[in-house]
Write a protein that binds this ligand. Structure first.
Ligand SMILES: O=C(O)CCC(=O)C(=O)O
Ligand SMILES: [Fe+2]
Length: 217
């Protein structure tokens, strides 16, 4: 894709945490980007997330299915314009199941129905601190899809924000799945590398889409 001598390979980063490089081809990346642009528009569009301590997250976010805010889910954009969250499309839910099958080599059980998407947009110096995705009640794997600029994705352990962790470069089209023993591992994005996305995609910055199963009824 970027002219490497050897293709990047599927890598198990930790038990249940799998990186699948170049999982989305150019056409699917373009389609997903076009959809993200639509979802980012109001109502319940892209917003700046404020943390309880008075800070703001540098990545801006839009949600589908259920609206995440620090640190719970709601049916409306409670920390945005207050309107109902956009629905989770069936095709995106299906893509989540397909992603798990690609990462683990077997499809998830029928109970795994992806009903939430968080879409984060990183521009300029956006980053994301080490955190766990812990507001879901289901133990189903989190599916992460990346578009645009490459980032350094830090994947840690379940005990603390610190070491041991591994830094993985996520590029446009890459899939990362974390479930099983790694479902509640700390992870974050210390750095985005500007100008590294595929030119033909036409995105300045980086988008990450995580698909989750809420188990929230
Ligand atoms: O941008 C990423 O790769 C990670 C996003 C993330 O951890 C999240 O949305 O909870
Ligand atoms: Fe996360």
């Amino acid at each position: 894709m970027d002219g490497e001598l050897f293709p990047r390979e599927r890598t198990v980063i930790a038990p249940g945490a799998v990186h699948v490089p170049d999982w989305l081809g150019a056409v699917r990346q373009r389609e997903l980007l076009a959809a993200c642009r639509t979802w980012a528009r109001p109502p319940a569009g892209l917003r700046t997330v404020r943390t309880p301590g008075g800070g703001t997250m540098t990545a801006r976010q839009v949600c589908l299915g259920l609206h995440w805010y620090p640190y719970a889910y709601a049916r409306t954009a409670v920390d945005g314009d207050g309107t109902p969250v956009k629905p989770m499309p069936g095709w995106l839910a299906d893509l989540g199941r397909e992603a798990v099958a690609a990462a683990y080599g077997e499809p998830p059980g029928p109970e795994v129905v992806y009903d939430i998407a968080l879409i984060n947009f990183y521009d300029g110096d956006s980053r994301m601190g080490m955190h766990r995705d812990a507001e879901e009640r289901s133990g189903a794997p989190v599916v992460s899809l990346s578009l645009g600029d490459t980032c350094v994705f830090r994947f840690g352990n379940t005990a603390s924000r610190g070491r041991p962790y591994q830094d993985v470069r996520l590029r446009s089209g890459d899939l990362f799945v974390f479930g099983k023993a790694s479902r509640l591992a700390y992870h974050g994005v210390p750095k985005v590398l500007p100008g590294t996305g595929p030119q033909e995609l036409g995105l300045t910055g980086r988008l990450n889409i995580t698909l989750r199963v809420g188990g929230l009824g």
